[in-house]
Design a protein around this ligand. Structure first.
Ligand SMILES: [Zn+2]
Length: 67
């Protein structure tokens, strides 16, 4: 069993949403503002990465539920 998948942490392919401005980070697309290459999981973003729209810290992002 994968400990990452069961610990409640954000999974590699999960999109996450900024609680402040609703910007969505999609790992499949990366982030052109910070030059994050497509395929980069949210958990693998550099520590200095912040919301490109409102400068919120990574702690302000919540995983988006896939429906
Ligand atoms: Zn934001």
């Amino acid at each position: 069993m994968n400990p990452v998948a069961t610990s409640g942490r954000i999974q590699a392919a999960s999109r996450v949403e900024c609680r402040i401005c609703w910007y969505v980070y999609d790992p499949a697309e990366g982030d052109t503002v910070e030059q994050i290459p497509p395929g980069t999981p949210f958990a693998a973003l550099p520590d200095h990465w912040r919301c490109p729209q409102c400068d919120a810290a990574q702690e302000m992002f919540l995983p988006l539920a896939d429906k």
